[in-house]
Design a protein around this ligand. Structure first.
Ligand code: P6P
Length: 342
C-alpha cells in the first residue's frame, strides 16, 4: 500500500536555508557589519548542537541526576546544567566576539581569559532552563541574550551586563524537545530553525513567526494559587469561566520549562504567567537570563511581556540575578492579565 505521507527531505525552499546562511544574509544587509555577530551566533549554534547531542542521549551517559551542588539561586544543580554551562563558555570565549559573559548558573560575571581578544558584545544565558525536567525526559532549553558592551575596551564589566532589555541586540532560545529548534530575533522578525541531526545543521523551519493577538490557553503553576494576590486569583478564575474571551474557558497547559511553555505560546497564542506571590514578591524567573530575552522575542513577534506593573523590557536591572514577575504571550491576553493583577 502506498504510504499516504512522504517524509522526504526538507522543502526546496528550506534546502540551503541554514541558520548560518540566514545570519550571513543579515550581515550582508547590515552596513558596516564586521562579521562579529555572525561569529558569535555560530558559536552559540555550535554549543546548542553539542548540548542537544548530550540531552538526547542523557539516559545513556552519566549526565542524569544531580551534580551534588547548589547554584547561586539555591537550586540543586543537575549534571547537565554544569555541562551546558561549560559548553557555552568554551564555545564562545575564544572567538573574540564578546568582552564578558554572565550565566544564571554563575554568581558573578564570567570574564574572558586575557589571552583571548575581547569583542564588542556581551552574552548572557540560562544554559539549561527547566533542568528539573531532565531526568523525566521532558523538554528543556537554553536561553540567550546579546547586548553591545557599554564599556570602552578591554575586559567587560558587570555594568556591561546590567542593561535594560530594550538594548538587546538579539535574543533567542534553543528548545531540546521532540526536535531541537533554535528561535531568535534581532528585533525585526522572529525566525525558527530545526536541527537535522544527521546533517548537523539548523534549517529554516519557522520563518517570521507572529504570535496570535489572542489565544485560548493559559500556562501557570496553579499549585501556587494559595500564595497569589487576589487579582491574580481573579484573573485565573475568569479564564476558567464561561466569561473568558470567546465565551468558553481557556485550556491549561503547563510543562514547567519556560522555553517549552513559551514556545507553545509563541506559536499558538495564549499567555504564560509566573507571578510574584506572598513568599516571593518578584516571582521566580530571572530578568537577565529568562524574562528579558523572552520579552524581546515576544514583542518582535507582535506579542507582549509585562511584570504586571511595567513592560519587562523597560526594567532597569540592579543585580545580575534580579527576578521579576512575568506575564508573556498574546498582546490581548497579557493586557487582560495586567488589568486584573496591577
Ligand atoms: P515551577 C525551571 O526551573 C524554571 O526556571 C522555568 O523554566 C519554569 O517556567 C519555572 O522554573 C517552573 O517553576 O515553580 O512551576 O516548578
Amino acid at each position: 500500500m502506498e504510504p499516504t505521507h512522504s517524509w522526504g527531505p526538507p522543502h526546496p525552499e528550506q534546502l540551503g536555508w541554514t541558520l548560518d546562511r540566514h545570519i550571513l544574509e543579515r550581515q550582508r544587509s547590515t552596513p558596516d557589519a564586521t562579521g562579529d555577530f555572525t561569529g558569535l551566533f555560530q558559536s552559540i549554534a555550535l554549543a546548542g548542537r553539542m548540548i542537544a547531542s548530550r540531552v538526547h542521549k542523557a539516559g545513556l551517559s552519566d549526565v542524569l541526576g544531580r551534580a551534588g551542588e547548589t547554584n547561586v539561586q539555591g537550586e540543586e544543580v543537575q549534571k547537565l546544567d554544569v555541562l551546558a554551562n561549560q559548553v557555552l563558555v568554551r564555545c564562545v570565549e575564544a572567538g573574540g566576539h564578546v568582552c564578558v559573559m554572565a550565566s544564571e548558573e554563575n554568581e558573578d560575571i564570567i570574564p574572558i581569559p586575557a589571552h583571548f581578544p575581547h569583542g564588542k558584545y556581551v552574552l548572557m544565558f540560562d544554559p539549561l532552563d527547566g533542568s528539573s525536567n531532565i531526568d523525566v525526559c521532558m523538554s528543556i532549553g537554553t536561553i540567550f541574550s546579546i547586548h553591545r558592551r557599554t564599556s570602552k575596551s578591554g575586559p567587560g564589566t558587570r555594568e556591561d551586563c546590567l542593561q535594560k532589555g530594550t538594548s538587546q541586540v538579539a535574543a533567542g532560545y534553543i528548545l531540546y524537545g521532540s526536535s531541537t529548534v533554535l528561535v531568535y530575533t534581532t528585533g525585526d522578525g522572529v525566525h525558527g530553525f530545526t536541527l537535522d541531526p544527521l546533517v548537523g545543521e539548523f534549517f529554516l523551519s519557522h520563518e517570521n513567526i507572529r504570535i496570535p493577538k489572542r489565544g485560548s490557553t493559559y500556562s501557570v503553576n496553579e499549585g501556587n494559587t494559595s500564595k497569589w494576590s487576589p487579582g491574580m486569583r481573579e484573573w485565573v478564575q475568569w479564564l476558567k469561566s464561561d466569561e473568558a474571551p470567546g465565551g468558553k474557558p481557556y485550556g491549561l497547559r503547563y510543562i514547567g520549562t519556560l522555553v517549552a511553555d513559551f514556545h507553545r505560546t509563541l506559536l499558538k497564542g495564549g499567555v504564560f504567567a509566573y507571578p510574584g506571590d506572598v513568599k516571593n514578591p518578584n516571582g521566580k524567573l530571572r530578568l537577565l537570563y529568562e524574562c528579558a530575552p523572552m520579552a524581546f522575542i515576544a514583542e518582535a513577534a507582535g506579542g507582549a511581556a509585562s511584570t504586571g506593573t511595567q513592560r519587562v523590557l523597560d526594567v532597569e536591572p540592579e543585580t545580575l540575578h534580579d527576578r521579576v514577575p512575568l506575564f508573556i504571550g498574546s498582546a490581548d491576553d497579557v493586557a487582560d492579565a495586567v488589568r486584573h493583577v496591577s
